[in-house]
Design a protein around this ligand. Structure first.
Ligand code: COA
Length: 216
């Protein structure tokens, strides 16, 4: 069956064909091991970042396996560098990592983000959101949840934009398609420097998961 989500991921509304999403969670037992080059990168990181790195690379290894590829997933600065022919993105939060990846023949760039539900304080809306987004937030039954979703989606778009070498100077300048939220999931198009990014997300009780994908 052609799948848009990896074997361990729940079905995701709106993800482009060929895009794989995989999770890795603590404990690390049973997760794909780090490859030698990845281990070398990890030992260069501060202790506090190593566990996240480990989980992120495990989620990436699962994605690569679904795509019939193999790592290592290296780093370019802080950006993840997937093997040739694959684009992807990683996020981690509180002992969970998620990776979204696809063949570069299917998509140009990807961003994924997870956040703790309702973790962004309402006062942050002034620096994160456009006026239109703030007006929309005011009408929402759960504005803190939706503010976290907006922030998360902006992080996902930011990661995809970095993959495209597009600069986003301020989250406030990045307008998200708020009218594309149906009460359960997001699915809409954001435009960054003329490039269309499919954005999607699923704010759940505990965590908010969002993604952004630039198709070819
Ligand atoms: C880079 C950033 C998106 C990471 O987000 P975070 O919430 O701190 O952490 P997450 O767990 O979601 O993501 C971390 C992963 O993102 C990836 N990443 C880091 N920098 C990245 C970048 N510039 N582009 C794409 N992916 C990046 C890495 O894979 C990293 O995991 P790893 O170190 O294990 O490889 C965030 O720190 C950031 O700088 N956001 C932009 C904020 C900002 O400047 N906004 C205003 C103008 S844009």
């Amino acid at each position: 069956m052609p799948t848009t989500a990896g074997t361990t991921a729940p079905p995701l509304f709106g993800l482009a064909e060929g895009v794989v999403l995989e999770y890795a969670r603590l404990p690390v037992d049973g997760l794909p091991p780090l490859l030698r080059e990845e281990s070398r990168l990890m030992v260069g990181l501060p202790l506090a970042r190593r566990e996240d790195f480990r989980l992120g690379r495990a989620a990436a290894a699962k994605c690569l396996s679904v795509l019939g590829q193999r790592g290592p997933v290296l780093s370019e600065g802080r950006m993840p560098l997937f093997p040739q022919g694959v684009v992807g993105s990683i996020s981690h939060r509180n002992g969970t990592a998620v990776c979204l990846a696809a063949r570069s023949s299917d998509i140009r760039a990807a961003g994924v983000d997870i956040e703790i539900a309702r973790s962004i304080p309402p006062r942050a809306a002034r620096i994160l959101c456009t006026e239109r987004e703030r007006a929309w937030l005011k009408q929402q039954p759960d504005p803190e949840q939706q503010l976290t979703a907006l922030f998360s989606m902006k992080e996902a778009v930011y990661k995809a934009a970095c993959g495209l070498r597009l600069a986003i100077r301020s989250f406030k300048e990045l307008e998200l398609p708020v009218d594309c939220y149906d009460g359960k999931v997001w699915d809409g198009i954001a435009v960054v420097h003329g490039v269309r990014l499919q954005t999607g997300g699923r704010p759940a009780d505990r965590t908010v998961l969002t993604w952004a994908v630039a198709r070819l």
